[in-house]
Design a protein around this ligand. Sequence first.
Ligand code: NAD
Length: 696
Amino acid sequence: MSDVIDFTKRGAIGVITVNSPPVNALSAAVRDGLGEAFDKGQADPDIKAMVLLGGGRTFIAGADIREFGKPPQGKPFAEVLGGMENSSKIIVAAIHGTALGGGLETALCCHYRFAVPSALVGLPEVKLGLLPGAGGTQRLPRLVGVEKALDLVTSGDFVPAPQAKELGIINEVGDDLLEGAVAFAEKLVAEDAPLRKIRDLPCEAEAGVFEAYRKANARKFRGFLAPWKNIDCVEAAATLPFDEGIARERELFTECVTSPESAAQRHVFFAEREVAKIPDVPKDTPMKEIKKVAMIGAGTMGGGIAMNFANVGIPVQMLEVSQEALDKGLGIIQRNYQNTVSKGRLSQEKMDQRMAMFSTTTDYADIADADLVIEAVFENMEVKKEVFAKLDSVMKPGAILASNTSTLDIDEIASATKRPESVIGMHFFSPANVMRLLEVVRGKESSAETIATAMGMGRKVGKISVLVGNCFGFVGNRMLHGYTGEGTFLLETGALPQQVDKAIYDFGLAMGPFAMGDMAGLDIGWSVRKAKAADRPSNEEYGGTIPDRICELGRYGQKTGGGYYDYKEGDRTPIPNAEVQAIIEQVSKEKNIERTDYDDEEIIKRALYPLINIGAQILDEGMAMRPSDIDIIYINGYGFPAYKGGPMHWADSIGLENVLADLQRFHAAYGERWRPAPLLEKLVAEGKSFADYQAA
Ligand code: NAD
């Protein structure tokens, strides 16, 4: 028998166990071994039925994604599955852990499925820009109906075993995996149960169901390829004979697997796993146990950040300058939860439990025993230093002191304490209870334990933690600055806001820079520009002329009924404004700029290549550990489309030499802000891409 497949007999039941740690992925060796094992069971006259299970912690968890894109080896998966389904003896899948993707497809080619209650099943291929290519889209709808199947294949959601039983995916749920499955198989033999082949079940759909589904999800699936192809497959299941449906699924699988969207999504999948690795903070670095959190400031960010901890059952004490500020902050938190309850996404009981996690104080002595304190007071260095000096004087030794600053120097903040090793940045994004990104900002003296704990705490509250260096704007906002800045230069040189915003929306972001500015409020940037006016180097190109003039008219964005655009009362649809257009054209004239007619491609390059160029500078300075970390930041913090893989992967897909050629062209035309990053020039000279990049 093969090394990875074990075959034993339990009376008349053949037990086939996959032993290919860690997750029994469907490697060539596993496929070959399965083929042999079922042949063996088939040939043995004493065996009446077979049970297939996974050794170790899981059933066959899924395909072996390391084999993607490599030349095929071993027995084709479809052949193994065909052999199982056509076996003349009943095969029962015994599922524990996870049966995902190819794992569930294997189980669907068994005649019955037994699972322990904790098992999870699902077809998550869509998350990698793929579809289940081994019959999953043809068999699942025959079990659960097309509508449920559409939801499952387009979301990739995992279904717990008890719910999977209700849906008809699982036939029996029981506590003891091996004993339960063998007993179930024996019962089937005793009852002379039929060989239930899912392929023989009917698959029916009501007229119009697919069109309606496509329409209802058009926005959600915008730009992605795989959800649409998954829908096509389920439609094929309902409209074609089984074998033709399988052929269609194969065809569409090939389309997905060779698509740039899937390459990008697979890049993101691996990037999410890489992001936790920090070369000088090994995985086994001890993390501090966080049993109590203190939050300084209960404003927009403080409230949102605190909710994350309450949500996972960690008590949070909020500290503010006054009881009034505390009441206001807590009131907003309460309303936030209440909204979720009224939408039916949280039970009243859970809300009550979460609200019970909060306590408030105006006295620093009360928070002294917290294990982690996060400061989210006004963005002002003096105020922050004052807060950190107080924290230093009261907090217990070893407590982690974090700041949520978006721009300020973590080392300077740490200098207000005598324990800079315990100080770190934890830069949450707004709304902090929703946004998945957390930039953990490493100060020059932040200890390995402080870093490991901040990263781990982020993950514990459901964030994706990315370690970044201490520079102005850190990684995400520093890059954003280049993007929004170039947006106003684009206006000066010929574009209009609606044109830029449309190109960016069509590229895949949720909105363009001007709609975003109007939403966030233009007055914030205006006051920053005014404050910095005196220090601005005289040779620096100033991009603020247009937004300054718009603000001078009292047009601060949505909140004042207009900014770059007009807005009707209670409606966020941007409407182009003639006065704004006149300002833009006037500024071009004053600056002696001949306005150019841009196409969308040029707008995309102008607006988004600053992300690539600044990203390269950030890497060169060591402010991000790897290009894929930057991609994760941009996808999770700024809505860069996952199907383009983040700005750095996108750059690779364009070809760095092509990107560099455009940067050189822009540098010649628009000046210093476009100087190509040395790292980019180096990679191009060496014929490399960001994917080849290794930090020095
Ligand atoms: P905010 O004005 O909504 O809240 C600040 C709160 O801090 C106020 O409630 C204020 O009463 C309180 N406060 C001020 N001084 C204090 C002190 N000495 N002690 C205790 N409480 C004090 O501001 P915000 O938007 O929540 O921003 C807070 C921090 O988060 C800033 O550093 C900001 O740069 C950062 N940040 C903001 C965003 C965002 O989108 N708003 C995103 C990321 C980070």
